[in-house]
Design a protein around this ligand. Structure first.
Ligand code: 13P
Length: 252
């Protein structure tokens, strides 16, 4: 049985106090959702310490949105996985398209970040996805395949067993344009096939999340697809009742 996951990527939103309130709101409503759903919230670094404390006992896990590529030292402004993990954080989002695009993250950087994540026992949520022009030119299978092969293929079988993957078509992020459930399924099945080429049957157990304008109104249809195991939610994760409503997209 694959894990069902609904993860919220808060991006650069909320103050720490607002973030704690948001988490409390999610925790208060969580009982309305099937206990089979694993909720994760990924606030900014500044919130992690407090959010982890408040999340204790709620069954909601906490993730970071990024981490340093190095273990420690003279890297002004960076935050190491040891620092993050020491707070009780369990996950880290890596390879988000916003980081690839605005902070020039390459596969080489991401390989180092993945190594750091595993070194401190953080579970990476590794994001892949094509840009609009790559979809329109039909190159998207190649783009996604390369994003997987250049990074995920470097993991050991043991590391791979922990990995969570997120498919986030860049053209659907924050645009209100969602991939159709069929488009999501097509790519999720493709991702699983590429993973299986390297890791065999273990790929059947990998949670692959959909992200990109996922909302209460479209989550159920997308989550119903065979290879979609949940969502990585941006905007709708900032409203507790919407985030919870997305969780309800999994039939009990
Ligand atoms: P939106 O849900 O706001 O489109 O963002 C998706 C996303 O980028 C999650 O990481």
């Amino acid at each position: 049985m694959r894990k069902k996951i609904v993860a919220g990527n808060w991006k650069m939103n909320t103050t720490p106090a607002e973030g704690v309130e948001l988490l409390k709101g999610v925790a208060a409503l969580k009982g309305e959702v099937c206990s089979c759903v694993n909720f994760i919230v990924c606030p900014p670094f500044t919130h992690l310490s407090e959010v982890v404390k408040v999340a204790k006992g709620t069954g909601i896990a906490v993730g970071a949105q990024n981490c340093a590529a190095e273990a420690k030292g003279a890297y002004t402004g960076e935050v190491s996985t040891q620092m993050i993990a020491s707070l009780g954080v369990e996950y880290v989002i890596l390879g988000h398209s916003e980081r690839r695009e605005y902070y020039a993250e390459t596969s080489a950087t991401l390989n180092k970040k993945m190594e750091q994540a595993y070194a401190n026992n953080l579970t990476p949520i590794y994001c892949v996805g094509e840009k609009l022009e790559e979809r329109e030119s039909g190159k998207y299978f190649d783009v996604i395949s390369a994003q997987i092969k250049e990074v995920v293929y470097n993991l050991s079988a043991e590391q791979f067993a922990k990995l969570v993957v997120a498919y986030e078509p860049v053209w659907a992020i924050g645009t209100g344009k969602t991939a159709s459930a069929e488009q999501a399924q097509e790519i999720h099945a493709f991702i699983r096939k590429v993973l299986a080429e390297k890791f065999g049957a273990a790929a059947d157990d990998t949670a692959i999340l959909y992200g990109g304008s996922c909302k209460p109104g479209n989550a159920a249809e997308i989550f119903a697809k065979a290879d979609v195991d949940g969502g990585l939610i941006g905007g709708a994760a900032l409203v507790a009742k919407d985030f919870i409503a997305i969780g309800k997209g999994f039939a009990k």
